[in-house]
Design a protein around this ligand. Structure first.
Ligand code: TXD
Length: 319
């Protein structure tokens, strides 16, 4: 029996998700959007490419939660993206309201689904999605760390002229300007990045620029696009999470997960390495942080906490 993935939001990322899932034949796809035509048009357009790319999945566009019933995976992009000059946090009020509506839809139609949230400001919106929907905390997770880590790896591969596949790294903490590139957990061709720095193969200030560019990775793309934000890499990141769940791959992936004491953090969602398998977030992996990483991680957690507090001020039900 083919699996079912419902995409709540058929915008830039939603449409790209649908196309990637179809080409990989990961599952049947339901594209849901309040803009019904957008969902229907994109579903039909992708379906019409099946004869060319040879995939055999059903695609449906709708504005009815009924059609998303009993989904195995739900990926949420519903909301408004940033405009140039806006911070991810500026979206909080608008997207909280939308997520409340989406959560009710999910609770009533697919209470057993694995829910991947993409909507910004990510760490708070995924917390709100879990609280509003009441789904188990290990079945509601946010996509950000895979994207941020992928940007960091790409910039490093360009600087060192090394294939990106040979680079392993983690960017953790909040999905905002305080995100933390874990330098001590970065390996180039299985050799620690620290060795490259010691041998002068990459200057410290160059590395700092790359870390800065990663933090501002979203804003850089928004500046170029002028309308809308990044969508290819965000979609690819969420598909990796969905695939690890559906195929029980138990990949260790940086995601915004519920922390209940891990890393000294309680009752908050933030970017940490997790194992994703058929039970959803199966484990939070606690890696050893050096002093600098710990300091920056704690700073990042503080900014997530501040935004969570702001969300509770908007809606007491999130307390
Ligand atoms: O790493 C990350 N998590 C970020 C997240 C990476 C990139 C983009 N980030 C955020 O994802 C971005 O700031 C937005 O909050 C979301 C979605 O970005 P996208 O670029 O896909 O936005 P679009 O193209 O505006 O699509 C959003 C769709 C749009 O078609 C609306 O009609 C729809 O959401 N929408 C709704 N769908 C369902 N239900 C409701 N209530 C609703 N309201 C709007």
């Amino acid at each position: 029996m083919r699996k079912k993935i419902s995409l709540i939001g058929a915008g830039q990322i939603g449409g790209t998700l649908a196309h990637l899932i179809a080409i990989k034949e990961l599952a049947d796809v339901v594209l849901f959007d309040v803009a019904e035509g957008l969902a229907k048009g994109k579903a039909l357009d992708i379906a019409q490419s099946s004869a060319i790319d040879g995939f055999d999945v059903n695609l449906l566009g709708t504005n009815k939660y009924e059609d998303t019933k009993n989904s195995d995976v739900i990926i949420v992009t519903a909301g408004v993206p940033r405009k140039p000059g806006m911070s991810r946090d500026d979206l909080l009020g608008i997207n909280l309201k939308i997520i409340k509506q989406v959560s009710d839809g999910i609770k009533n139609s697919s209470p057993k689904a694995f829910v991947i949230c993409i909507t910004n400001p990510l760490d708070v919106i995924v917390m709100a999605l879990q609280k509003y929907s009441g789904l188990p905390k290990n079945k509601v997770v946010g996509m950000a760390g895979i994207l941020d880590s992928s940007r960091f790896k790409y910039f490093l591969s360009q600087e060192l002229n090394i294939p990106v596949k040979k680079i392993r790294s983690l960017v953790l903490g909040g999905h905002g300007d305080s995100m933390v590139a874990m330098i001590d957990h970065t390996y180039i061709d299985n050799k620690p990045l620290i060795e490259f720095i010691k041998k002068g193969k990459i200057k410290k200030e160059k590395l700092e620029n790359i870390v800065e560019r990663t933090k501002k990775g979203g804003a850089e793309i928004i500046k170029y696009l002028e309308r809308g934000s990044a969508f290819y890499a965000p979609a690819a990141s969420a598909v990796e999470m969905a695939e690890s769940y559906l195929k029980n791959q138990k990949k260790e992936l940086p995601c915004a997960a519920y922390l209940n004491g891990e890393y000294g953090v309680k009752n908050l969602y933030a970017g940490v390495p997790v194992i994703i398998g058929s039970n959803g977030v199966e484990k939070v992996v606690e890696i050893k942080l050096n002093e600098e990483e710990r300091k920056n991680f704690d700073k990042s957690i503080k900014s997530v906490q501040e935004l969570s507090d702001a969300a509770v001020k908007i809606d007491q039900n999130l307390a």
